[in-house]
Design a protein around this ligand. Structure first.
Ligand code: NAD
Length: 462
């Protein structure tokens, strides 16, 4: 498969003629060859988005909503094809990819309802003055996305951006870019005008060009904290607005009165889904000392029985193995796994570390792989203190049979999302965002409308 950029409704090669391959993570072989974008390609795409902006923002909100709902319907009608593409490109089981397409359909459907509900206010004013506020699109939006859930994360950005009347340039991750192109084609088919949604494929250079572009009004980025910092610096030139959804180091807190059976299930979901390549993955299992051994043993039994899945790339594999080695060097013990799996493909062993403390590298740095480190605590206060002792603030969970305690701990945990007696699961209807090194701004829920609009106050003397 050969893919150009998608600019102004047309597929075009890179201005430089350069290409790169997207690899199948299970084999390391090329799935597709794509245009390798640079600043010239980003310029063209931004110009197309700017040209499409007056037309798209002027579309009757009712019609804009219908177009987005048509896109949701088209995604649903093409779910098998999209899931097969995503499964191959991102190296995930077909069933997982099908569920991700379903989530993307819900996302587009939710935002299809918004254009007719974006309102301003009438304001108190001096006597003899009529003051009201208009909520307007911010303009041209750059969306930069990662490879772990390519279609869903793109949808969290593109759907609200378009619903609010913005136009978009999307730079998908180089490791799994294919679904972004299919999404843009289906958007065109649904009636999103040519130029309102453009896709430039490429690596850091293309992302940096978008983040630093003077004619881009906002960037919404999901990815690593290091790149988030670069984007914040690049955005300073024209003071563009940002949403940053970054890494995490989330804690899964199991208190002494927890249902251990359920907590074992939860720990498996929390850490090993998608090979741990989940921003909200709980890499720290903060367990009360009365049940820490039982919990660790039972999780380790389950982990030994897991079929290892591939990580996204050799780079990611090397990063995970480096952290595994650091854990052992600092005194942790691997109760299950702990090593790599010989190639082909980018495999590591799913791993449970015990005898860990919160100051070890394995508990400070994001792993983004199938590994959990158990940290023993003596009581609820220590559990909260350890869970919050991180510079990240994306997600957390607490397991307890006491409802008051559950809500008390949920309030005390410093994270954008907290689960009680569960781990994972987000609804498109509620805000999702991070704190600290996990970033700022929101995706999903009504707050996104504020992220993709700007206010204008109009005053008329009567
Ligand atoms: P990454 O930061 O390496 O890359 C993300 C995107 O940024 C890619 O499209 C990449 O090409 C682009 N990029 C790279 N350098 C850039 C630069 N200098 N300027 C602009 N763009 C640049 O992240 P990744 O490895 O693709 O994804 C994994 C990371 O994403 C993890 O840290 C994970 O926690 C995070 N993540 C966060 C969330 C969330 O919602 N908070 C969700 C998923 C993933």
């Amino acid at each position: 498969m050969i893919r150009g950029h998608f600019i102004g409704g047309d597929e075009v090669p890179a201005a430089s003629g350069a290409t790169f391959d997207s690899l199948d993570p299970t084999s390391g072989e090329a799935v597709a060859t794509l245009a390798l974008g640079d600043a010239q390609d980003v310029d063209r795409a931004v110009a197309a988005a700017r040209a499409a902006l007056p037309g798209w923002r002027a579309v009757d909100p009712y019609e804009r909503g219908r177009i987005l709902q048509r896109l949701a319907d088209l995604l649903e009608a093409n779910a098998d094809e999209l899931a097969a593409l995503e499964s191959r490109d991102a190296g995930k089981p077909f069933g997982d990819a099908v569920r991700e397409v379903e989530r993307a359909v819900r996302t587009w459907s939710y935002y299809a309802g918004w254009p007719t509900k974006i309102t301003g206010t009438t304001n108190p004013a001096d006597p003899g003055v009529f003051s009201y506020t208009l909520r307007e699109p911010v303009g041209v939006v750059g969306a930069i996305t990662p490879w772990n859930f390519p279609l869903i994360i793109a949808s969290w950005k593109l759907a609200p951006a378009l619903a609010c009347g913005n136009t978009v340039v999307h730079k998908p991750a180089e490791e799994a870019p294919l679904s972004a192109f299919r999404l843009a084609e289906l958007a065109l088919e649904a009636g999103v005008p040519a130029g309102a949604l453009n896709v430039v494929s490429g690596e850091a250079e293309a992302g940096a060009a978008l983040a630093g572009h003077d004619d881009v009004d906002k960037v919404s980025f999901t990815g690593s904290t290091d790149v988030g910092r670069e984007i914040q610096k690049a955005a300073a030139g024209n003071l563009k607005r940002l949403t940053l959804e970054l890494g995490g180091k989330s804690a899964n807190v199991v208190l002494d009165d927890a249902d251990v059976e359920a907590a074992v299930e939860g720990a498996m979901r929390a850490t090993f889904r998608n090979q741990g390549q989940v921003c909200t993955a709980a890499a720290r299992l903060v367990a009360h000392e009365s049940l820490a051994d039982e919990l660790s043993e039972r999780v380790a039994d389950r982990v030994r029985a897991l079929e290892p899945g591939p990580l996204i790339s050799e780079r990611q594999r090397a990063h995970v193995l480096d952290l595994y080695r650091s854990a052992v060097a600092e005194g942790a013990r691997a109760l299950a796994g702990g090593g790599g799996v010989d190639g082909p493909g980018f495999y590591v062993e799913p791993t449970v570390f015990v005898d860990t403390t919160n100051d070890m590298r394995i508990n400070r740095e994001e792993i983004f792989g199938p590994a959990v480190a158990v940290i023993r605590v003596a009581d609820e206060d220590e559990a909260v203190r350890v869970a919050n002792d991180t510079r990240f603030g994306l997600a957390a969970a607490v397991w307890t049979r006491d409802a008051s305690r559950a809500h008390r701990v949920a309030r005390a945990l410093n994270a954008g999302t907290v689960w009680i007696n569960n781990y994972g699961g987000l609804d498109v209807y509620a805000a999702y965002g991070g704190r600290g090194l996990s970033g700022y701004g929101y995706e999903q829920g009504p707050q996104t409308i504020e992220e993709y609009t700007t206010l204008k106050t109009v005053r008329q003397t009567l």
